[in-house]
Design a protein around this ligand. Structure first.
Ligand SMILES: Cc1cc2nc3c(=O)[nH]c(=O)nc-3n(C[C@H](O)[C@H](O)[C@H](O)COP(=O)(O)OP(=O)(O)OC[C@H]3O[C@@H](n4cnc5c(N)ncnc54)[C@H](O)[C@@H]3O)c2cc1C
Length: 415
């Protein structure tokens, strides 16, 4: 009987163990989880609601949401994509609903629904689940092959648990997320690991232009990392510590390595009005200058910019409260324009984003066969989920890559 061990009881570990046990009923599938709680991240995900996937059903469009791994996932998504996720959960009694922005949640708005569904499906499929069983080492057994003979084609592994117990198995699936031990074993077994660094975080910025404006948001701003030639658009939120919101989170994901290399200290440019082209804005400012010439600049903002933010932006370039539009020199008008479309702010550090946080980096994708998720360096070793060098932006994309890679691995590992 083929013995398969899945290490890690998160989304990827469960989904691969279930798929494998269902596809290969003759195999013995064991899932080892270090913690007492199974699927801990699923439970806290999406603010307790679990953003299971995203309503994007075109693999070509879907992959654009992955700063790392998009290329490798292109083919994988033709085999298991969000539509399959929706069907899979429906087939297991869990209906998903789509929110306006495309994020999909269980209709119960409760991550417990997903957790219970996965645990029940694993039990029904005959997966042996062991909690509180931390793995401390994973070794490949080379076997006693006679000289000149090839090594046994079915490799076997030895897993040591914290309790001292040793388990032998034929195939291993590493689904340990961003745990350093998982990366260590992947390396020991011959794979390369791209340096893990954080992704999806907010920016700490201390700047008088946004100080004490926490809570103010702009529905569509553009943020740029000029040093990395990266830009993202979307809602932008001013917080007590700096900037957050989808535009910043997306930028942090695409710029994860760049920002890490600069110790999270670099400049970011903000365009508060990306819907206007700069020349149109200039014409509008000139029109306001002639038409509202007697009005105070500070209290008559001609653009959809929150009032308190407008007050800060104008005062930051020396427009005092008494200044009227008629007093606006061309030089100051140019500075105001620049402040609106290209205000420069210094990022002083990485903030914490509590809703979702993932790791950029992990097992090098070139060394993994994306048809099976088997290591090209170590036959019999498979990977799924966040341990791989794959990460998506917020919106359900990270779980989707976990479901997809786990499904592929689960289908192949028992062969
Ligand atoms: C707060 C938060 C909210 C999130 N919300 C969302 C969301 O709504 N939508 C979304 O798409 N993504 C979300 N994410 C990202 C998502 O949770 C991850 O992408 C996903 O959980 C990765 O799954 P995984 O199974 O690969 O890893 P994990 O969920 O990290 O699971 C790995 C498991 O391996 C176990 N393990 C590690 N080492 C060992 C060992 N030595 N022995 C035994 N077991 C071990 C761990 O205990 C853990 O249970 C969120 C992340 C966070 C932190």
């Amino acid at each position: 009987m083929l013995k398969i061990t899945v290490i890690g009881g998160g989304a990827a570990g469960f989904f691969s163990a279930i798929t494998c046990a269902k596809t290969y009923p003759q195999a013995r599938v064991t899932l080892l989880e270090a913690g007492r709680q199974l699927l801990a991240k699923v439970r806290i995900s999406g603010g307790g609601r679990c953003n299971v996937t995203h309503a994007c059903f075109d693999p070509g469009v879907l992959v654009q949401n992955y700063p790392r791994g998009g290329k490798a996932l292109r083919g994988a998504f033709t085999r298991f994509q969000p539509r399959d996720t929706v069907e899979w959960f429906a087939g297991h009694g869990v209906k998903l609903k789509t929110e306006e922005d495309g994020r999909m949640f269980p209709t119960t708005d409760d991550s417990g629904t997903i957790v219970n569904c996965l645990i029940r499906a694993a039990e029904d499929a005959g997966v042996k689940i062991r909690t509180g069983d931390a793995v401390v080492s994973v070794k490949k057994l080379t076997g006693n092959t006679a000289e000149g003979e090839h090594e046994d084609t079915a490799p076997s592994f030895e897993i040591e648990l914290k309790s001292g117990e040793k388990l032998k198995c034929d195939r291993i699936l590493l689904a340990t997320g961003s745990n350093p031990l998982g990366y260590k074993w992947a390396k020991e077994l011959g794979n390369t690991v791209e340096l893990p660094v954080p992704s999806l975080f907010t920016f700490n910025i201390s700047d008088t232009r946004i100080k004490d404006l926490a809570g103010i948001s702009v529905p569509n701003a553009k943020v740029k990392l000029p040093g990395a030639k990266l830009e993202q658009s979307g809602p932008l939120l001013i917080t007590h510590w700096g900037l957050s919101g989808p535009a910043v989170l997306k930028l942090s994901a695409w710029g994860a390595r760049f920002l890490h290399d600069r110790h999270y200290k670099t400049s970011v440019l903000i365009n508060w009005l990306p819907q206007y082209n700069a020349e149109v804005l200039r014409q509008q400012l000139l029109a306001v200058k002639s038409q509202l010439s007697h009005r105070l600049i500070v209290s008559s903002c001609p653009f959809p910019v929150p009032r308190r933010l407008w007050e800060r932006l104008t005062s930051s370039i020396g427009i005092d409260e008494q200044k009227r539009w008629a007093d606006l020199s061309n030089k100051i008008l140019d500075r105001l324009l620049l402040e609106l479309v290209q205000g420069e702010y210094q990022i002083a550090g990485k903030g914490a984003f509590k809703e979702e946080f993932v790791t950029c980096g992990g097992v090098n994708l070139k060394e993994v066969d994306f048809k099976t998720m088997e290591s090209r360096r170590c036959p019999g070793l498979f990977f799924a989920g966040e341990i791989l060098d794959i990460d998506g932006v917020t919106g359900g994309f990270n779980f989707q890559s976990a479901w997809t890679t786990a499904w592929l691995a689960g289908n192949a590992i028992g062969k």
